[in-house]
Design a protein around this ligand. Structure first.
Ligand SMILES: [Ca+2]
Length: 332
């Protein structure tokens, strides 16, 4: 028996590496395909999970395109430009088909997802496809830079959300003071803006125009959901009208959100706002006892909001210092 040379050893290692890589890529590919139809976020999921999940389209199509460009012999014999055209046409067709099939799996068809599919393939074509080396370096660098910018633009909202989630957890029991620029992303109406003209805490508050629209006002959706260990909910509202403005404060848990949103199953209080600052303080025990047939789950408060009752259409309110308190009237 002859001795195994170093070259033979290296060859065996390469073969093993390629086999392991092939198995891993196949398994991940299958998982990605399954996740297109099963699992994922729902209406009640956190915003980080929801946004991160949608980026999975980029990852999946980047991987699938890489596998195609390496293993599909017909494609490998074509020029780089022709490869790009074939792949983009194929991805557009397959991506659209996936979106249509997703409807059968109780998901919504989304053109933005097809665009993400194309972005994932572009990432693969620009950085991983073997044929990329056949075009001029300058053109390749330009294409790569363009793809990187497109991907950064795609990831940016998730980066903002993650940073606001971290800030939100650090600020708690302050739920919203509007001193950081991304806090409006915690609202259900993302069009509302913070305003520097009036504030009771720091320099900014949230400006909420009360239009004639039904339920005109503001909803808070993203904040730390476990309110156990605190005794009061606090919110300051400023209004400039000579006439008092009537609003409703609603607070409810996840059970309420998932079980029909009946009026008798949530905390709801009519509040008359006088001119200037109004400090609203609600004992959490009142919120706990608000549902008629059960107690509110303070571990999973889902959302709260302030909405105008019969608005004139001209009034504006400013909201600031939304927080939980351990003692009445004092922070923490
Ligand atoms: Ca403030």
């Amino acid at each position: 028996m002859g001795r195994i040379s170093n070259q033979d050893n290296m060859h065996m290692n390469n073969v093993t590496f390629r086999a392991v890589k092939g198995v891993c890529f196949t398994l991940i590919s299958i998982l990605c395909f399954i996740f297109l139809f099963i699992g994922g976020p729902n209406y009640y999921s956190g915003r980080v999970f929801t946004q991160a999940w949608s980026l999975g389209h980029i990852f999946a199509f980047c991987l699938w395109t890489y596998i195609l460009t390496v293993n599909w012999k017909y494609l490998a014999n074509e020029t780089y430009i022709k490869q790009c055209l074939i792949i983009f046409c194929l991805v557009f067709f397959v991506g659209s088909l996936i979106e249509i099939i997703q409807i059968k799996f109780n998901r919504t068809a989304c053109i933005a997802d097809v665009i993400r599919d194309l972005k994932g393939s572009a990432l693969s074509i620009a950085f991983l496809a073997p044929a990329r080396r056949t075009i001029s370096k300058a053109i390749l660098r330009f294409a790569q830079l363009s793809v990187v910018l497109i991907i950064i633009f795609e990831i940016y909202p998730l980066a903002i959300t993650i940073s606001d989630e971290v800030i939100s957890k650090l600020q708690f029991p302050l739920i919203a003071g509007f001193e950081t620029p991304f806090e409006t992303s915690r609202l259900s109406n993302s069009k509302l803006k913070r305003d520097g003209s009036v504030a009771i805490e720091g320099k900014y508050s949230l400006k909420v125009p009360l239009t004639k629209k039904k339920y005109s006002g503001v909803g808070f959706k993203y904040f730390p959901k476990n309110w156990k260990g605190y005794n009061y909910f606090h919110m300051s509202i400023y209004q400039t009208s000579a006439n008092n403005i009537n609003v409703t404060l609603k607070i409810y848990d996840l059970i309420h959100a998932k079980t029909g949103r009946n009026y008798n199953d949530r905390y709801s209080k009519n509040i008359e706002l006088k001119r200037g600052w109004n400090n609203i303080q609600v004992p959490l025990q009142e919120i706990v006892n608000a549902p008629i047939d059960r107690t509110m789950d303070l571990n999973h408060i889902h959302a709260f909001g302030v909405h105008a009752i019969d608005p004139s259409g001209k009034d504006v309110i400013y909201i600031d210092d939304v927080c939980l308190l351990k003692q009445s009237g004092t922070d923490e």
